[in-house]
Ligand binder design. Structure first.
Ligand code: HEM
Length: 346
């Protein structure tokens, strides 16, 4: 089930579509519309497909026309669906608009331990279609993409979806652990994910989307005792901290400086770090296809360094590393709700 129904769908499509249609004469968004009820603050749909496309070369008008068609089709999607449209750095070059590229939008770098397959990495455009069933998500993607053929795609699902004691949407990953506890509270999400005025004017209120296609060694993982698995993550399966502190409480690391209870290289301990809290919203999915199991890691943030990239660098050499392998993904930018700037001229 996708909470929020039609309203949620409209908001998401506004985020996704409005900014792309050039010269559009809609009224500017009010402050309330831009911040209240951020669609990313709601529980992710149970199923989602992400698909990455290379757009045909051509001038800015050809790119603009194609995007207009895509956003038009997105608007025809059924209630309860979620569509996000992510723009890759190469799109701005292809459209001859490098100065309009969001400041931090580059090709996703390769981080230590990554083995990026070029056939599953980057893209001019990323479509993310979410719905209550796998079939509905696929139908939605087919509708929005029209005749475009993806370079790569991943279909994901959220098992055991629920809500944490702190009110965060949660799901169970293929390693049987609950994800979502460490996400920001809903009220903080707009401040964490939405970029501000340091970006090209059209981009303010949008968000940087990080996609990581991560293979998981589930058979190897399942041979380890649960106690060791908990030490790898630094939380118990249900999110409780390893010394018994409740999931919604702050981590007890200060009482354990040498890592006797929570190893210093545990995932959550490294991810959290010792400075300011990571500023990112994780909304990941599990996937299983062609003998592979993994995580479709999806994260949204206003600043890649305070969010994904800073955390990812800290995770180098983590205890989890021997069980995971990142093989693809990319950096994308999802335009703001109600954006009406003329990025792509008619
Ligand atoms: C397959 C890979 C991954 C798995 C299975 C995984 C799993 C988990 C689990 C079980 C938690 C604890 C519950 C929670 O707070 O959600 C967690 C927390 C977290 N993870 Fe991951 N994760 C993975 C990859 C990543 C990556 C790539 C990043 C970012 C670079 C990341 C960043 C975080 C952060 C920021 C937290 C919360 C830390 C806090 O409490 O402040 N994770 N992850």
């Amino acid at each position: 089930m996708t909470p929020g129904g039609g309203l949620r769908r409209r908001q998401v499509l506004t985020v996704a579509a409005a900014g792309l249609v050039a010269g559009c004469s809609d009224p500017p968004p009010s402050a309330a519309r831009a911040t209240a009820g951020d669609p990313l603050a709601t529980a992710p749909p149970a199923h989602a497909v992400v698909a990455s496309y290379r757009l045909p070369g051509g001038d800015v008008h050809a790119v603009a026309d194609l995007l207009r068609q895509i956003t038009g089709r997105a608007d025809a999607a059924g209630a309860g669906a979620e569509v996000l449209i992510g723009l890759g750095a190469t799109l701005f070059d292809r459209a001859g608009l490098p100065a309009q590229r969001p400041r931090q939008l580059t090709a996703m770098p390769s981080f230590p331990g990554d083995v990026l397959d070029p056939g599953r990495t980057h893209g001019d455009l990323l479509l993310q279609a979410g719905a209550g069933t796998a079939e509905a998500a696929e139908r939605l993607l087919a509708t929005v993409a029209g005749p475009l053929t993806p370079q790569w795609r991943v279909a994901g699902f959220r098992d055991g979806a629920g809500t944490s004691p702190a009110g965060h949407p949660t799901a169970t990953n293929p390693f049987h652990f609950t994800e979502g506890h460490g996400n920001p509270d809903a009220a903080l999400i707009p401040a964490v994910v939405r970029v501000g005025g340091t970006e090209p004017a059209w981009a303010a209120g949008g968000t940087y989307q990080v996609v990581r296609v991560i293979r998981l060694a589930t058979q190897m993982w399942d041979r380890d005792p649960v106690e060791e698995q908990e030490r790898v993550f630094g939380r118990r399966r249900d999110g409780t901290w390893l010394d018994g502190t409740a999931a919604a409480q702050d981590p007890p690391f200060a009482r354990d400086p040498d890592g006797a209870v929570t190893p210093l290289d545990a995932h959550v301990r490294l991810a959290r770090g010792t400075g300011p809290r990571p500023e990112m919203l994780r909304r990941g999915y599990s996937f299983r296809a062609e003998g592979e199991e993994g995580m479709l890691f999806l994260a949204y943030q206003r600043d890649l360094e305070r969010g994904f990239a800073g955390v990812q660098r800290r995770l180098a050499g983590e205890r989890l590393a021997r069980y995971v392998l990142t093989v693809g993904g990319g950096y994308f930018f999802v335009p703001p709700a109600g954006w009406t700037g003329a990025l792509f001229p008619r």
